[in-house]
Design a protein around this ligand. Structure first.
Ligand SMILES: *Cc1c(COP(=O)(O)O)cnc(C)c1O
Length: 426
């Protein structure tokens, strides 16, 4: 890759365009609605809208709901929809048919999965999690600790990238280890197979949170012999705001698994309306209540597109984009004490790059970037985060984003008072 990376020279547009011209995934970009004048680097928070989604959702609303009415539970396959779409998510995470169902929010699905996991290791009194995890995962675990503790909450042991390590906290007391595969703040990626092996060696169960992995990096749950996983579908999968989360349970655990929430859609015979709960065979027992069919319609349209994606090519492009971004940041932004927080080693990196900017207020810098049409986000206390969704982010976008960042820093536009104002959502 030859890049003009001389500081203060405009980035060589033809190099970026040449990389796009040689990109085997470039054709996917036109399958998305992307507003003019916007460089969208926040698909790790909310994926872009596929062009096919609006008409598909409209058809579900007008035909399946409007005309089909209650008949659509059978005629349009509504009842089975979470399992049918689950089977289409399975290949994206190295799962098999019958191992995935769609749930509610990731928080609820995590609760569902962790309780089932912990119940497979009765008598063990500790749960391992990560200090840097997305806080909702830790909040959910607090409740699991209390509910399953039988009066005394289960012990929580937290690992972190700067220690303690997993090896230091694992012993025969640990029931479950809950880890996020790709860290939402730093983009650091765990070695899923190696960590799973380590957890199993201690006799514990692993629950993977794949929110920043699915649709971003190849995941091989079965090859790793993993136990449970959850993830969201509105980030890299582009299912739309509020599209449901998924739960994956290895086939070998399903018959024994006792999820937390025992609702009627997870019952063996939901329409027998029996008085007692009897779990459905297989992954269906992880279902709870009536599925969010309109939200699932958005996901369904997006999964049509994912069926065409070669995940190895996706990973190659993701690494090309993040490497290009890092090399341009290194070459051009040194004057502002910019630190690349995301691992430089590609095997340890997801599909995002996070920066810490020593010489400026990161929050204000991101607001100024967004004002200029380059949309990333900010994660407290000081990380400026850029997500690279390989299906619709181009190499030219990367070059434009670094140009814009350099311009915001050079002009000191970020100092304008309006960029210091915080919204409800950052
Ligand atoms: C985005 C994200 C979530 C989101 O949880 P919801 O309940 O779907 O809002 C959870 N965990 C991680 C690691 C995430 O990145």
């Amino acid at each position: 890759m030859t890049l003009d990376t001389q500081a203060r020279q405009p980035i060589d547009r033809s190099t970026c365009s040449a990389l796009d011209a040689a990109d085997p995934l470039a054709h996917f970009r036109e399958r998305f609605v992307l507003p003019d004048g916007v460089v969208y680097l926040d698909g790790n928070s909310l994926g872009a809208l596929p062009r096919a989604t609006a008409s598909h959702v409209a058809r579900v609303v007008t035909e399946e709901w409007g005309q089909g009415l209650i008949r659509s539970w059978n005629d349009a396959g509504w009842f089975e929809k979470p399992l049918v779409l689950g089977d289409r998510i399975a290949p994206l995470i190295g799962g098999a048919p019958g191992e995935v169902t769609l749930g509610d929010s990731t928080s609820a699905s995590l609760f569902q999965a962790v309780v089932a996991a912990a119940r497979l290791r009765p008598g063990r009194r500790a749960i391992v999690a990560e200090r840097g995890n997305f806080p909702t995962d830790l909040y959910v675990l607090e409740s699991v600790q209390e509910l399953l503790g039988g009066g005394t909450p289960l012990e929580r042991r937290l690992i972190a990238d700067d220690g303690p390590t997993l090896a230091e906290v694992l012993d025969e007391e640990v029931a479950v280890v809950v880890l996020t595969h790709v860290d939402y703040r730093t983009g650091r990626m765990h070695d899923l197979a190696e960590v799973t092996r380590q957890v199993h060696e201690a006799g514990a169960i692993v629950v993977w949170d794949l929110c920043h992995s699915v649709g971003a990096v190849p995941v091989e749950l079965n090859a790793a012999g993993a136990d449970f996983a959850v993830g969201c579908t509105y980030k890299y999968l582009n299912g739309g705001p509020g599209s449901p989360s998924f739960i994956w349970a290895a086939a070998r655990h399903q018959a024994e698994a006792r999820p937390a929430l025992t609702g009627w859609h997870g019952h063996a015979r939901p329409f027998a309306f029996e008085l007692g709960y009897a779990p459905a065979e297989g992954i269906g027992r992880f279902r709870v209540g009536t599925p969010q069919l309109l939200a699932l319609a958005g996901l369904e349209a997006s999964l049509d597109l994912w069926a065409e994606v070669d995940l190895e090519a996706l990973r190659e492009k993701s690494l090309r984009l993040t490497e290009l971004f890092i090399s341009l940041v290194d070459a051009r932004l040194g004057a502002w004490d910019v630190e690349v927080v995301t691992p430089r080693q590609s095997a340890r990196r997801g599909s995002q790059v996070s920066l810490r900017i020593g010489a400026a207020d990161g929050y204000a810098v991101m607001q100024a970037l967004i004002d200029g049409g380059v949309i990333g986000d900010f994660r407290a206390p000081d990380l400026v985060r850029f997500g690279f969704a390989p299906l619709y982010v181009s190499h030219a976008d990367v070059c434009d984003a670094v140009d814009a960042l350099e311009d915001v820093l050079t002009s000191e536009r970020w100092r304008e008072s309006r960029f210091a104002r915080r919204g409800l959502v950052t």
